[in-house]
Design a protein around this ligand. Structure first.
Ligand SMILES: [Fe+2]
Ligand SMILES: [Fe+2]
Length: 298
């Protein structure tokens, strides 16, 4: 039996371009904590999403269902553009604002190339079904978070009310909308390759711990690197204050989203809103400019 398509239409990459020259480091006025918490995504996505692509490239020849194969290809092409777009923010921070993020991103590169890559801790097990399932399951757990965050950012009125930089907001919402659009792909592929419930639980536990750790460390790194030297306050108290203003998701909601993944009948189709995501993609300034080969600049 062939799987149902992951999206009402074929997953296609949108070749967006963002012009960052007018975007400040504090693109979210008045809330450096939320600003730099969201900035952690730029630190993680370039290496993380290119790793997704490498794993999917390796798995493509093993997929026996044509629909799953087509969705995996569409997914890869979207993720490659996400990675490149977030990399553009880091280049802008370095070139225009003197923030060198390599001390942090070099560690993220190491994580995805060596710990989660083809020879973890020197063991050459990248080609084994076992390791492929662990990689695919880790991607599926991460994708659950990204789908959740994508839905959140599409509805985060607090970012508009705070006067967020329109180019950054469009990057976040365009990416978030594509995460909602392709949210079925990673879960379906993991199951297609024999992923089990027990593995799914373990992957989510690993991913939750890893993301919380990296978001905390990344936030501190960016706060310290910010030339305006924002004051470092307690992490949890700052998060609560930002969440109250709708500029970060409430931590309780993030944990509840993770907990839903543990339901044996979990499916990403029950999360997010495809129609809303596609409506955003139809009106996104960068996605619209891309149709004429242009970049979005405010
Ligand atoms: Fe992505
Ligand atoms: Fe994704």
């Amino acid at each position: 039996m062939s799987h149902a398509p992951a999206s009402p239409h074929a997953l296609e990459p949108r070749h967006v371009k963002f012009d960052w020259r007018d975007t400040p480091v504090q693109w979210l006025p008045g809330d450096p904590f939320a600003n730099h918490t969201i900035n952690v995504l730029h630190l993680l996505f370039p290496a993380g999403e290119m790793w997704f692509c490498r794993v999917y490239n390796k798995v493509l020849p093993l997929i026996t269902d044509p629909q799953v194969h087509a969705d995996a290809k569409g997914f890869m092409r979207q993720e490659a553009i996400h990675a490149r777009s977030h990399e553009g923010v880091l280049k802008h921070y370095h070139g225009a604002h003197g923030i060198d993020t390599r001390p942090f991103t070099d560690q993220i590169d190491h994580l995805f190339k060596h710990v989660l890559g083809e020879a973890p801790f020197g063991w050459k097990i990248g080609h084994t079904r076992f390791w492929i399932r662990q990689q695919l399951g880790t991607i599926a757990a991460l994708e659950h978070f990204f789908g959740y965050l994508g839905h959140w950012v599409l509805n985060a009125k607090g970012l508009d009310e705070a006067g967020a930089d329109p180019v950054m907001l469009d990057l976040l919402r365009w990416h978030g909308a594509e995460e909602v659009e392709h949210r079925m792909v990673a879960h379906t592929l993991f199951k297609h390759m024999g992923g089990t419930y027990l593995e799914r639980v373990l992957h989510m536990l690993l991913v939750m711990g890893l993301l919380l750790h990296l978001i905390h460390r990344g936030n501190r790194f960016m706060m310290r690197a910010d030339p305006q030297r924002p004051r470092l306050r307690g992490f949890l108290g700052s998060w609560r204050a930002s969440a109250r203003g709708g500029r970060l998701p409430a931590l309780g909601h993030v944990i509840a989203a993770a907990a839903r993944y543990f339901a044996p009948r979990f499916t990403p189709g029950d999360e997010g809103d495809t129609e809303q995501a596609l409506a955003y993609l139809a009106s996104s300034p960068a996605a619209s400019a891309a149709q004429h080969g242009g970049a979005f600049r405010r």
